[in-house]
Design a protein around this ligand. Structure first.
Ligand SMILES: Nc1ncnc2c1ncn2[C@@H]1O[C@H](COP(=O)(O)OP(=O)(O)OP(=O)(O)O)[C@@H](O)[C@H]1O
Ligand SMILES: [Mg+2]
Length: 88
């Protein structure tokens, strides 16, 4: 089942503080290994009618907030995106 979860994290010693991670998992096909390096590139899409903008915009937004976005496939199927947000 698709899910959205949150958790608190300690950010590493170079960047004192705390943050939260928003973890979004789906039960789709997962991301093919040969494209996973490209999915955050502007206009990269594997869809017939996709713009390829959703993830590149998300990536920039997370950067502008001092955070990051990471992706991994789930062993049992689907993809998981994790949004790292530092507290102020
Ligand atoms: N949850 C997901 N599961 C599997 N592949 C994904 C997932 N999210 C993104 N992708 C892959 O990454 C590509 C880029 O995603 P992105 O959201 O940037 O663009 P898009 O969905 O193709 O178009 P749009 O601009 O309409 O969002 C997709 O075309 C798809 O190949
Ligand atoms: Mg999209």
């Amino acid at each position: 089942m698709a899910s959205v979860k949150t958790r608190h994290i300690e950010i590493d010693a170079h960047n004192h503080g705390q943050g939260i991670v928003i973890s979004i998992s789906d039960t789709g096909p997962g991301i093919p290994p040969n494209v996973i390096e490209n999915i955050f590139d502007p206009f990269f899409t594997t869809k017939e009618v996709g713009l390829g903008l959703g993830l590149s915009i998300s990536y920039r937004i997370m950067e502008s907030l001092g955070g990051k976005i990471e992706v991994a496939n789930i062993a049992t199927g689907g993809a998981r995106f994790e949004l790292y947000l530092p507290n102020e």
